[in-house]
Ligand binder design. Sequence first.
Ligand code: ADE
Ligand code: ZN
Length: 326
Amino acid sequence: AERLACIRLLPKAELHLHIEGSLEPELMFQLAERNAIQLPYASVDALRQAYQFHNLQEFLDLYYQGMSVLQTEQDFYDLTWAYLQRSAAEGVIHVEIFFDPQGHLQRGVDFSVQIEGIYRALCDGETQLGISFRLILSFLRHLSEQSAFETLELAMPWLNRIDGVGLDSSELGHPPEKFARVFARCRELGLRVTAHAGEEGPPEYVWQALDLLKVQRIDHGNRALEDEVLIERLRNEQIPLTVCPLSNLKLCVVEDMSQHPILKLLDAGLRVTVNSDDPAYFGGYLQDNFAALLAHLPITDAQILQLIRNSFIGSWLSDSEKQACL
Ligand code: ADE
Ligand code: ZN
């Protein structure tokens, strides 16, 4: 309990957070009512009951359904503000959040509505809560290359507010190579690049993310452990891995928290960070993820401090900003 209290007090960064995945059932019901949308659940409790997943896709189905209540700029603001308030209370001082524009465009919600709401909350978070931020546009990999290019086109007027791009959604069957040209264009535009890889997908997808997308981070990366040569590459280049313990448990990427590979990844010398991914769906925010590690793994104080330091080192803050946090 004392160690957890210390972790809460330590300044931390979160690098892998889908803002739509922070939509708590209570807020989902409020927004559904505000927008006169009928949810297929009788109550907040019934909705929470449904959060039992056997794999990534089962989660994604509810995640895309859940985000349908997000309609107005104010909805996106309220969503983002709620996440920032919770994070501030846990000692988070820097966040790099994903949003999934295609998940909203498909429903007729303009790019401007999404980004205006999210960005206004992020700015308020910076001034009122002291949380610095980066914003990451994430492409949905189950959609086409063309759809990603169209989304990038819609984002062009807003590139001064977007720091980088990511790649998420259904991993199996949608290898990074599908988006090599989109990511090349994003890099030309000066955007930073990251991608989900090795969550459910094989080590080959992590190789592709590195070699074809030329990513600066890997989101998840668990399955890299199946490939020694890949581990060596990740260690040599000190590629940050944004690992998400509670997510891995809820999506059955690991059988049990005591089986989580995070200590193996750390022991292999990789730049591992702890993150919450989709906290409203996976049973907790950043602090809860640390609590789960402490409860089930023989993690040392030095390892905890390393994970927290890595969250700044692996961030997209400038070197001088990082120095101020380390
Ligand atoms: N979208 C939201 N969370 C995700 C995850 N953990 N993996 C892939 N796509 C996602
Ligand atoms: Zn994710």
